[in-house]
Design a protein around this ligand. Structure first.
Ligand SMILES: O=C(O)C(=O)C[C@]1(C(=O)O)C=C[C@@H](O)C=C1
Length: 315
């Protein structure tokens, strides 16, 4: 069983995602993973660094939430060291539980702690139900629960799993300003053999564009020209100088697809830096769109024609 580092401590949504990657909840035929297979770490960067250092085979980290957007800590840490690639994704519904020390009532609650991404998803609920409580940031939702146990905060907004993990009382369950909120998580490894293409894949790259007119529009045009549907674009500062950004771009398809490989080579020529962040099956299994003239066979036939032109066999 590979050892997976995840953004912890125990009881985070990320632990739940890690267990989903391992096949939990257990079925009749599949035993629950032993806890020794999972290793909670305090930060997203530490989870990724554990993989870089060879202390873990893989890391599970949150990457994108349907309400609050990308998880900047994940994007920054993915490109802040030796290369890593995502090999799988999973999407979890996000509903929160509010935990307090046993016996506490809403009137006792002066501070509520949670991860900033979680706070953004329960702002309305907190304003309505705990209007006079100060909302404080914690490193994760489960770290907030640990803080409540330690007496640092009066309440924590957590994943439902934290209610089972920590001896705290549930003040409210099923809390969410947006009912169908979801978060997408990645399973990340050191570069190696890629997951096989399935026809329902996603590819992720990070690209720094050249400082010239139209550089970003060229990136978008390359994707559009290859018939590739973009599923996300996000920019983060490179941290080198003001105004220099790295674009995190997700799109449909697998690097083994001819159109995707051709588009990536075109991006490589145009951008000052391109980092491949993985090709993996989409969690929703939605088949990739292949528009006319962009199938593998279209690319291979064009290449065969070019070869015979170059060899003087065709004109
Ligand atoms: O703190 C946790 O429980 C996490 O797993 C992190 C995280 C996030 O970063 O978005 C995961 C899902 C929820 O959207 C809220 C917090």
């Amino acid at each position: 069983m590979p050892r997976i580092a995840y953004f912890g401590p125990e009881g985070t949504f990320t632990e739940q995602a890690t267990r989903a990657f391992l096949g939990d909840p257990p079925s009749d035929t599949r035993p629950a993973p032993p806890d020794s297979a999972l290793r909670p770490v305090e930060t997203i960067a530490a989870a990724l660094d554990a993989v870089r250092a060879g202390d873990a085979e893989a890391a599970c980290v949150p990457v994108e939430n349907s309400v609050e957007g990308s998880v900047a800590a994940t994007l920054d840490a993915l490109v802040a060291g030796d290369p890593l690639v995502a090999v799988a994704e999973t999407v979890l519904p996000i509903r929160f539980t509010v935990l307090v020390r046993p016996g506490a009532t809403p009137a006792d609650i002066r501070t509520v702690a949670t991860h900033p991404h979680a706070a953004a998803q329960v702002r309305g609920w907190l304003a309505e139900h705990l209007p006079s409580a100060a909302v404080l940031p914690s490193s994760s939702t489960a770290a907030a629960a640990v803080g409540v146990l330690a007496g640092e905060f009066d309440a924590a907004v957590t994943a439902p799993a934290a209610a089972e993990r920590y001896p705290l009382a549930v003040l409210a369950a099923d809390v969410a300003d947006v009912r169908d909120a979801v978060t997408r998580f990645l399973l990340v490894r050191r570069p190696g053999p890629l997951p096989a293409r399935t026809g329902a894949d996603r590819t992720s790259v990070a690209a720094v564009t050249a400082d010239r007119i139209g550089a970003l529009s060229e990136v978008l045009t390359v994707l559009a020209g290859h018939g590739i549907n973009m599923t996300r674009i996000e920019s983060r500062p490179t941290r080198n100088r003001l105004g220099e950004y790295r674009f995190f771009v997700d799109f449909e398809g697998h690097v083994a697809d001819e159109r995707v490989g051709d588009a990536m080579a075109a991006l490589r020529r145009r951008c000052t830096e391109v980092r491949f962040l993985g090709s993996f099956p989409r969690a929703d299994q939605a088949p990739n769109t292949v528009v006319p003239t962009t199938s593998d066979e279209d690319f291979l036939a064009a290449r065969r024609w070019l070869t015979s032109v170059r060899e003087g066999r065709e004109a």
